[in-house]
Design a protein around this ligand. Structure first.
Ligand SMILES: Cc1cc2nc3c(=O)[nH]c(=O)nc-3n(C[C@H](O)[C@H](O)[C@H](O)COP(=O)(O)O)c2cc1C
Length: 261
């Protein structure tokens, strides 16, 4: 049974990749959307790289009595339009590549603009008991999925972003309904090289799981732990790679092998 009546759920993906629709982040969003659309969801990708997103100046005009919650850039760039789309959505996908151990600059610049939607003088406790202030719940508190991709195979690489969105969830009262981390994009050809995918066939299992995750968002309202695990799985065809990759001695040997090949 559908969690939402067919055609009722709206999902928007905010793509923070600086390469926009040419990139791997877009490819992964499309996979997720394929599944969600099969269950009747209405899906839209918002490509930040194509839009005008000004950097918050920290002027705090948005927190003065006269201009409360009104950013100086309202109507001057595309953020108001994005916030309006977020208001109408049931689920938000925050999709970002890792850039130097963190989310993309563009994604962070966008998220910083949420600051203008909250009244920092109006103190509140978050649902998880954290001391915070008023937020615009219709924008910030939507159930969300974090979709992360990067080239390295280390789990450590995405830790900052995973941690950021956990904190975001707690302060913003936004249910985190799934996290997908797709490592080794470069090695597997960023979804554009079937020859590379033949060398790493487990990547196709991951893509299938990402598609299934899209279905689950509509039918269950969240991505199951099992699907998140398969979608984020290691794809190197070495037995026990997920365990071995935690050992320096194993990596040293692999590195030596790589250098002699
Ligand atoms: C500026 C920059 C910094 C990057 N830093 C990292 C990094 O720290 N770790 C990593 O694994 N990949 C890193 N990458 C690789 C990207 O995360 C990876 O190629 C990702 O798939 C890019 O997504 P896109 O194709 O949507 O742009 C970096 C790429 C760029 C452009």
């Amino acid at each position: 049974m559908c969690f939402y009546p067919k055609g009722m759920m709206k999902i928007i993906a905010i793509n923070g990749s600086h390469t926009g629709k040419r990139g791997y982040t877009h490819f992964l969003i499309e996979k997720l959307f394929n599944g969600a659309k099969q269950e009747g969801a209405e899906c839209e990708e918002i490509t930040l790289a194509k839009l005008k997103i000004n950097i918050c100046k920290g002027c705090s005009v948005c927190n003065t009595e006269k201009h409360l919650l009104k950013c100086i850039y309202e109507e001057k760039d595309d953020v108001t339009m994005i916030f309006n789309k977020m208001r109408e959505a049931d689920i938000i996908i925050y999709a970002t590549p890792i850039y130097v151990f963190n989310m993309s600059g563009l994604m962070k610049v966008f998220l910083d603009r949420m600051n203008a939607t909250g009244n920092s003088e109006d103190f509140k406790l978050s649902e998880s008991g954290l001391f915070f202030h008023h937020i615009s719940r219709d924008i910030c508190s939507k159930p969300f999925v974090t979709l992360i991709c990067h080239d390295n195979f280390e789990n450590e690489m995405s830790k900052n972003v995973v941690s950021y969105f956990r904190t975001f969830s707690k302060f913003m009262d936004a249910p985190q309904i799934g996290t997908i981390i797709r490592r080794l994009g470069k090695l597997t050809g960023y979804g554009k090289d079937s020859e590379k995918e033949k060398q790493y066939p487990k990547i196709l299992e991951s893509y299938k799981a990402i598609e299934f995750a899209g279905k689950e968002l509509v039918t269950k309202g969240k991505i199951s732990k099992k699907t998140q695990k398969t979608a984020s799985r290691d794809i190197i065809p070495i037995p026990f790679f997920s365990i071995l990759k935690n050992f320096k001695a194993f990596k040293k040997k692999a590195l030596e092998k790589l250098k002699t090949e």
